[in-house]
Design a protein around this ligand. Structure first.
Ligand code: ZN
Length: 408
């Protein structure tokens, strides 16, 4: 594998993704698949002045064994060590990097009900820390190829060829060329100008139509703004890119306003399993019916995780001709597939998509119509012939997407 190109990728993640500052702590969550690359990233963090870098390795087959053997009571426990770790994140505003390489089917054969119940039991302990951290620290999700993941995408290739092919696709989609940092500056500017255009209209709702059966309207938040690319941390004003790659322009919808049917155009990897060929029907903003050819029970569980799970938390716009979609590959991975297709997310909305969000408290956002939930799960709905029309408060209609691509 081309070491120079990987070094550029490591530098891109640390400087442009996390934007690690002198004296900061960094936590890296990753699998065992690419230790040499994790070492490059760790060194790059120190070169940028990190005070301490902690790598948290995981191995999905072992996670699976834990899930199978531990009791619900044991899985639900929130230990003193975890408590101290969360508190340290709050005190230090630790940067968080997730280098995802997970096998999309890695948790097949585990009891989703037990895992969901354990997550529900742990959430009240984690939530106060999450609230304290929200928007205040730099985080980034990027990917490295795992063997099982690569096998799933390229079953016809040998393991080594599949991993190499996936590396190339990850690097191409992440704009790792001669000068990736400059490429991202240009890219961030382009995304910002799309947001500016959309924000000018203050659309009240978006109407989606596609020949696959999607016929759907979603209400946007009157205080909501579209965002895309880099963001600033609250308080310290550090510019970072939470997703590498990222092609989306997104906003937080108005809770309670969504009507009609959306048909998913890519399978959804959730809790280590794939939900396939599915659709959702909404009434008064809430999912009232789900249908899936595969793992329907898991989809049903997902939308009933808590009170906010059947409501929407994100509307994201991405051209059908996006660089990721044009690879022609289904990645079975949310970071890539969500950036290849217009999508919606069920669950938690984005507080920082509310104009002047700094001046509100955590409790205010729910009153302002931002959905709250323990889940935030993206699912893809973009298609070749999708049209999206924005409707303003005074009834003006603006075509935003035609035939799957930007019309503006
Ligand atoms: Zn998104």
């Amino acid at each position: 594998m081309q070491t120079e190109r990987l070094k550029k990728y490591a530098e891109l993640i640390v400087k442009c993704g996390l934007n690690v500052q002198k004296g900061q702590e960094v936590n890296i969550r990753c699998g065992l698949d690419q230790p040499e690359f994790v070492a490059m990233v760790t060194e790059e963090c120190y070169k940028c002045g990190a005070d301490k870098v902690k790598v948290e390795w995981s191995y999905m087959p072992i996670s699976k064994i834990h899930y199978n053997y531990r009791s619900l009571e044991s899985l639900s426990e929130f230990t003193d060590i975890e408590k101290a770790e969360w508190q340290r994140k709050v005190d230090k505003l630790t940067c968080l990097l997730w280098l995802d390489s997970d096998d999309p089917d890695g948790l097949n054969g585990t009891d989703s009900e037990k895992i969901s119940k354990a997550n529900i039991a742990r959430y009240p302990f984690i939530k106060p820390y999450r609230d304290l951290l929200e928007n205040k620290y730099q985080w980034c999700i990027a990917s490295v190829p795992g063997r099982e993941w690569a096998r799933k995408i390229y079953p016809q290739l040998s393991d080594e060829e599949a991993v190499n092919e996936l590396w190339n696709n990850i690097l191409d989609c992440s704009r790792v060329d001669n000068d990736p940092i400059s490429a991202w500056e240009v890219h961030n500017k382009n995304l910002a100008s799309r947001c500016e255009f959309l924000n000018k209209y203050k659309f009240e709702k978006l109407e989606y139509k596609s020949s696959n059966g999607t016929d759907f309207t979603v209400g946007l938040n009157p205080l909501g703004i579209f965002m895309g690319g880099g963001e600033y941390t609250l308080g310290s004003n550090i510019y970072y890119n939470p997703n590498i790659p990222s092609e989306e322009v997104f906003t937080t919808p108005m809770r309670g306003i969504a009507e009609g049917k959306v048909v998913a155009t890519k399978p959804l990897s959730y809790q280590g399993k794939l939900i396939e060929d599915f659709s959702l029907e909404f009434k008064n903003g809430k999912v009232v019916k789900v249908q899936a050819k595969k793992n329907q029970d898991l989809l049903e569980k997902m939308v009933s995780m808590d009170e906010g799970a059947p409501y929407l938390g994100e509307c994201a716009l991405i051209a059908y001709d996006s660089p990721i979609n044009n690879t022609g590959i289904l990645f079975y991975n949310t970071l890539f597939d969500e950036n290849a297709s217009c999508h919606l997310a069920l669950g938690r909305g984005f507080n920082n998509c509310i104009e002047g969000y700094e001046k509100y408290s955590v409790e205010d956002f729910e009153k302002l119509g931002v959905n709250n939930s323990m889940i935030h799960v993206d699912f893809m709905i973009g298609s070749k012939d999708m049209s999206i029309t924005g409707v303003t408060k005074d009834g003006k209609r603006v075509s935003i997407f035609e035939n799957g691509n930007w019309a503006i």
